[in-house]
Design a protein around this ligand. Sequence first.
Ligand SMILES: Cc1cc2nc3c(=O)[nH]c(=O)nc-3n(C[C@H](O)[C@H](O)[C@H](O)COP(=O)(O)OP(=O)(O)OC[C@H]3O[C@@H](n4cnc5c(N)ncnc54)[C@H](O)[C@@H]3O)c2cc1C
Length: 323
Amino acid sequence: MSLEFTLSSPEPSTTAAEDKVHDVVIIGSGPAGFAAALYTSRAHLDTIVITGHELGGQVAATWEVDNYPGFPDGVTGPELVEKMQKHAERFGARFEMDQITAIDLSKRPFTLTGNVGTYAAKAVIVATGASPRKLNVPGEKELTGRGVSYCATCDGYFFQDKEIAVVGGGDSALEEALFLTRYAQVTIIHRRDELRAGPTMQKRARENEKIRFVWDSVVEEIIGDTAVRAVRLRNVKTGELSDLTVDGAFIVIGHPPNTQLFAGQLEMDQRGYLETDRRMRSNVQGVWVAGEAGDPDFRQVITSAGMGAAAAIEAQRWLAGQE
Ligand SMILES: Cc1cc2nc3c(=O)[nH]c(=O)nc-3n(C[C@H](O)[C@H](O)[C@H](O)COP(=O)(O)OP(=O)(O)OC[C@H]3O[C@@H](n4cnc5c(N)ncnc54)[C@H](O)[C@@H]3O)c2cc1C
């Protein structure tokens, strides 16, 4: 994370009624948003979390989280989300089921407009996360968490000595495939006859004896009942259909951050990840970024929650300095 931008400091405005201005508005109810809400509300800051369409964020969709400390036997995504929400609510954080559609960060208090309401905030923590791109084929949704995965670090461990398909041909797909060879035999399915990934990554993948390739093929369906059993492939050149027997299907075809809302106001890189410094500050004073909205590198519950806590501590210190 770098801070290669000029910090902008919006002028305070006198237009918004002070009694309607929240200390902190957190956009997003994933691990980053929950952790931020826990810290700001526990610091006695008036905190509102705007949940977005996906209460709990990405982790709400997973069956087993096996790598979050404090849960030695693992925990389901929905249970972890429920506990995180309750924890923040215990200290007074309030959750609004709304989706922010417009934001004005040019003057303070900041104004956020949602489908349901409008919110004014002294400080904003952006925790809008990212969304793995889906194949949108039959079986994908039903078998997510039952063999369909979007994260090798999260789920690779569950596939010891199994057969896995990795769908994709970019650097991320190859990186995930290489990581998965710690546990399993991997077949990379790619829709073209050459990879998009850089030469070094390609060389490593091609030289790895636990990786094989199926070229010119797209996934038409993911087959299974309580677990993935196979992927149905269509050769794009011949039209031929075939079933590849696998225990898991990792979809790695992109993972864009949910940051379009901030275009023109917050600095972002070419992929749309928001820029921050090591204190989670954005280029606008009073606005912090936590979790996957600004993190292309780690993409875990614990790292996102950690960034949420850090952003909240910073917001609390900054607000104290404003008084
Ligand atoms: C299927 C799956 C399984 C996973 N399993 C694991 C695992 O086992 N272990 C692990 O460590 N990690 C796992 N991950 C990764 C982990 O879920 C993410 O790293 C983490 O959820 C990121 O947290 P976040 O708070 O940054 O964002 P997200 O979880 O992406 O949450 C973003 C939040 O922002 C909200 N939002 C977005 N736009 C708006 C808007 N305009 N207005 C209001 N709200 C908005 C969304 O509704 C959502 O609540 C998994 C991911 C997936 C997809």
